[in-house]
Design a protein around this ligand. Structure first.
Ligand SMILES: [Zn+2]
Length: 86
């Protein structure tokens, strides 16, 4: 029972990493492994996804999660592959 509540808290903390360099998945992972308090702290301390460029096509001015030129994110996945609708 306790572990279920713990996972729910981790899931509630995960969105804090959305739009940040750390991302939702890693926020959840750190929350789960290192307690949600540390996960939240890492998510809030993580920089926003600004002008980090693109690893896949040489676009150096990309600010969005998905590259404006080739449409891939940091992991090389496109919106379609991740099932995100525009
Ligand atoms: Zn690109």
């Amino acid at each position: 029972m306790g572990i279920a509540i713990y996972i729910i808290i981790c899931l509630l903390v995960a969105p804090a990493g959305k739009g940040k360099r750390i991302g939702m998945f890693k926020t959840f992972l750190f929350s789960f492994l290192l307690t949600p308090i540390i996960g939240l702290y890492l998510a809030l301390g993580s920089g926003r996804l600004n002008a980090r460029g693109c690893n896949h096509c040489g676009n150096t001015e990309n600010e969005a999660e998905f590259c404006g030129v080739c449409g891939k994110n940091e992991d090389g996945k496109s919106r379609e592959e991740l099932g995100i609708e525009l």
